[in-house]
Every structure is written in C-alpha cells, then in structure tokens.
Design a protein around this ligand. Sequence first.
Ligand code: HEM
Length: 363
Amino acid sequence: MCPLQRPPGEGDLRGPCPGLNILANYGYINRNGYDTTVNIILASNKVFGMGIDLATAIAGYCAVVAGDILTLGLGLTGDNGILGSLLGDGLLGKPKGLDWSHYRFESDVSPTRNDVWYDNDPASIHIERFTSLYNRGLTKPGKGGIDLTVLTPHRQEWTRHSIANNPYYWNGPFTGLAVVTATHIFTYRFHANYTTGSLDGYLDGEALKLWEGVSGEPGNFKFTYGSERIPPNWYRRPAGFDYGLKEFSVDALWTLEQVPDLAAFGGNTGKVNSFVDVNVTDVTGGVLTATSLLEGNNMLCFAFATLHEFIPDLTRGLVKNTLQAVNQITDALAPVFAALDCPQLSKLDASYYDQFPSRRSAI
Ligand code: HEM
C-alpha cells in the first residue's frame, strides 16, 4: 500500500526534481529531504522503475557536486553544512543541495522551471512554462496527452526563448546534452500511467499538475511548495521493464533526431542572442563529428566523458578532497561507459569552453 503523502515540515527540504520531492513527500526516502544515495537509488527504482544503472549515475554524480559524496540534499541547505553532519565528515566544505548545483546539474531550459538567471529560483514551477506544456498536451492530435512528441517541441520553444532572453544561457556538453534531454524525457517516461501494462504510458495535464504540485485551472494555475502528489490509480512501468541507461540513450537519440538544433552545445557569451555552438570535432580531436555524435550511444558517451574530464575543475574549491571526488565519479561512471560501449574519448580539449562566462563552474 502507498504510504501517506505529507507536505514537508519546518526545515525539511524540497528541490527542483519532482521525482525526488515525491519520494520525500511519501516517505520513500527520508521526509526531511536528506538521504543517502543508496536509499535514493533504491527508492527511484522501486517507485518509478528507474534503472539502477541510470539512478546510480545520476545520484552518484549529484552527491559529489551537490551533497557530500554519500548523501544528497534535495534543496537549499544554507551555508552550515547540514548534509556533511549527517554522515560524519563529508567531503564538501559547504554542501548546498540540488537547488545550488547550477550548471553542474541544475540546468537552463527545464521542462517546467525557469533558468536561474531570470529570478534566481530554478526550483519552483514557472507558471507560464508549465501552462505552455499543459496546453500543448491539450492540442495533441488524437486523445491528447504529453509524450515525447509534445515535450520535444516544447523544449525547442523554450531553448529559443533562453537564447533570446538569457545572456548567460548555457547548454553544456553534459547539462545540455544529457540533463536537459533527460528531464524532458523523464517527465513522460516516469510520470506516465502504465495502467494497461504496456510500455507506452499516458500522461495528461491533469496528472502532471498533481505530480508537479500545481492546482487551479489554466489562467490561474498555482504552485504550492511540497504539495507534489502521485495521481490516483497511477501504475508505474511494468515490473521487469526498468528504464535504464540503454532505454534513455534510445530516447535521447530519437529526440535529437527530431530537432538536431538541440544537439548544439555551448551558450550565450554574456549578451542575448550570442549563442556560440562548440564544434564537437574540435573538442574530441576528431574522434566524433556532428554526424557521428548522433549515432549509437555516442552522445551520452560524450556527455559523460566530459563530466569525467571536468570533475577536478568542477569540484576544486568545493570539496575538501578533490582526489576522492574524482575517484568517486570514476567509480560511478565505469559501469556507464561499459553499458553504453563507449569509444575512447580521453583527449577532450576544454579550452573551447573558456569563451563562456560560466566556464569555471559549468559543464
Ligand atoms: C536518482 C536521483 C535523482 C537526482 C539526483 C535528480 C536530480 C534532478 C535535478 C537536479 C533536476 C533539475 C534539473 C534541471 O534544472 O532541469 C531534476 C529534474 C527532474 N527530475 Fe530528477 N533526479 C533524480 C531522480 C528522478 C526520478 C526518480 C524522477 C522520476 C519522476 C525524476 C524526474 C525528474 C523530472 C521530470 C525533472 C524535470 C523537472 C522540470 O523542470 O519540469 N528524477 N532531477
């Protein structure tokens, strides 16, 4: 039986991830919003059918850049290192939680949240963006609903919006290619209702409202912090059909084949409409091209290889022990590279990213 939904109490944390917020609201992970990566991985698998390989890669990486290696905090923790104190001596000096992992995990062009640059709040639902997605679901031909054919043009629309309005818009080789692709795909794959036992679930705007903590009707939608709910009569993906790295790679490729512009990684350079597209051939020393990037698992391989390459830079000054952070990421990523059968991408030239204002803290 499903445990009871309970909104967060005083001092409890919720953040930019509706999946994790739900797990905490229902007590599948600690209701206070801090838990070990192991518990978060197991709960993501149990409740949503997220593959253990995918959950491990995400949670393992997030714990390094937003937590204290072993634990993960779902939202703003302030400057007092609460996460570190949970499990003794954490690696981070001042762990800040997912809200403050900007451009390392928390990314621009989220499906329903704002870019951090606009209002410094990338964790609350952005009503205009949410309404736009809701309305797209209503106008989808046939029975309506929100699936990848709806989320992909939605992402394209808001990418254009960010290029035109956010001078620091960043669509990095990891955050853009992997995270933004993932959050759009996850919205459908993990929130859809699989009542029929089929792998093609169904998600409509009304269910999305519950998942995302939104009430009201179009024109007066309201987001309430911590109110995310599992819709009534919802069934997760059928047992035995977890959604892991390989399934994600297939969907990611499909998405970028529909709109190849979304595979352009780089960012604005401090002014609106100044988007510079970094050439993948230059960065990889010719191992990948714009064409081969969209073949097989190459795109995810490149995204994760970049993460691996940049981790010393990203964690410098943030963690007490950079070497341990690097080792932790190397361990978390080894199964990823093996599962995706990645080409050798050891020589990535990071100098191409120096032209972007956010370079030192972004990936
Ligand atoms: C396993 C550990 C997980 C971690 C560390 C994690 C972390 C995050 C973070 C940092 C974001 C914000 C990204 C952005 O700025 O766009 C995010 C967004 C998201 N996550 Fe998770 N997540 C995890 C598991 C899950 C699960 C199990 C689900 C299943 C429902 C999920 C669904 C989503 C969705 C749909 C979004 C997009 C939210 C939006 O902007 O509309 N995540 N996640």
